[in-house]
Ligand binder design. Structure first.
Ligand code: PRP
Length: 205
């Protein structure tokens, strides 16, 4: 049996559609369901729905053979897995955003609120800019509005959340999209099944 880890949230629906397109469907799945494990009996494939930032650890530890994960959480968590394919969907970008009137004060550390402390730290370190990281777990756009931070590092997809909260992008960090990751041992032991899925996805990009 081949186990696939998929993050609940922004990539789930589109990934299931892509799998469906290549003949891998999970008849019991529905967005309303609270089930976490779904089977495709014909192909002997099991899909597990995990928290998006946990996909990497399931694949790293071999609980799943394959994972579909955003480059954002891959960059943040750096799981020990093979990143095999850019699936070219779930496109967004990492950016630094701030209130329109933000001005950097000289000799003062910028306070950066983010769900991605490692990404933020490495970005500002490369620029040689000292910062203070404030790790939060969601609704990051709120932090500068409430005086918790000066700027945020977050993913931006449509830009609507920034716009509706009066923030603007001040620096772009990198592009983000969904990636197919594979457990290192599984790539050897289940090579044929994995290759078949990758070829089909590739033809479907
Ligand atoms: C993400 C991200 C932004 C928003 C960007 O949050 O952290 O808040 O989506 O999307 P947009 O540019 O299309 O508006 P998510 O929806 O994952 O929720 P969260 O804030 O609770 O983490």
């Amino acid at each position: 049996m081949l186990n696939i880890a998929l993050g609940k949230g922004r990539l789930a629906e589109i990934t299931l559609k892509k799998l469906n397109n290549i003949g891998i469907d999970f008849p019991e799945y529905s967005p309303e369901s609270r089930k976490l494990i779904f089977l495709n009996e014909d192909r002997d494939i099991r899909l597990v729905l995990v928290k998006a930032s946990d996909v990497g650890i399931y694949v790293e530890r071999g609980a799943c053979d394959i994972g579909i994960e955003g480059k954002d959480t891959l960059m943040e968590n750096e799981p020990n897995v093979y990143e095999m394919m850019d699936l070219k969907f779930g496109k967004c970008k990492f950016a630094v955003a701030a209130p329109k009137d933000f001005e950097k004060e000289k000799n003062k550390k910028i306070r950066v609120a983010t769900k991605y402390p490692n990404v933020a730290k490495s970005y500002f370190e490369k620029k040689g800019e000292p910062i203070e990281i404030i790790k939060i777990n969601g609704s990051v756009e709120l932090a500068p509005l409430m005086g918790l931070a000066d700027v945020i590092v977050d993913i931006v997809e449509t830009g609507t959340t920034l716009k509706e909260n009066g923030l603007i992008i001040i620096e772009e960090i990198s592009d983000v999209s969904a990636r197919l990751i594979v457990n290192k041992a599984s790539l050897k032991t289940k090579r044929d099944e994995i290759a078949k899925i990758m070829d089909a996805l590739n033809a479907n990009i």
